[in-house]
Design a protein around this ligand. Sequence first.
Ligand code: IMP
Ligand code: MG
Length: 218
Amino acid sequence: NGARAPGSCIPDDEKGYKLDLFCVPKHYEEDLDQVIIPHGLIMDRTERLARDIVRDMGGHHIVALCVLKGGYTFFADLLDYIKALNQNSDKSVPLTVDFIRLKSYCNDQSTNIVKVIGGDELSTLTGKNVLIVEDIVETGRTMETLLSLLSECNPKMVKVVSLLVKRTPRSSGYRPDYIGFEVPDLFLVGYALDYNEYFRDLSHICILNENAKEKYKV
Ligand code: IMP
Ligand code: MG
């Protein structure tokens, strides 16, 4: 997998931003401690990831594979930036999209089983340059499972971009090729990251408080 990809590092003692500095839906005000990554900063980092990806993969047709559901916002924004590069330079790279749905979480705990629950046949990826787009890597198990499933279909190249990577002792050591931000070992929500399906309708990445973990428990 090459060198350790750098990600913008958010330290463990990061204070974040008070909620009332930004716009947060009223229905979530009681549930969040702080904004840890404001939406604008996510967009700025994503723009640069798009540039790095096109530089490395831009020679050939890219199939962007979105890992649902958590990856969908990042996927859409990243592709918009790649499209902007395509539209505004002399070189351009054809881009097609594909989706896969994986599930490994219940409440705030990663389970040991990673379930594939929908998506196209992975066999359509044979011989292609595949860019897997994920929201967050924690233990690395989800990505390792997906990579081993994919390798059975013999793609030409596989790269992984994850908006977030968590610094956690539970990590298997797996590192994606491209990383947006390296984050502390906290449960984060917003920008499509969810807690039992809630908080996808929040633009900023925020720290979930303990009350909310109880409130939305299943
Ligand atoms: P892993 O298999 O432990 O690497 O976990 C990856 C998956 O768990 C991600 O695709 C997310 O869906 C979910 N996940 C891990 N940490 C968080 C978090 O802090 N907030 C929301 N979802 C998370
Ligand atoms: Mg995910």
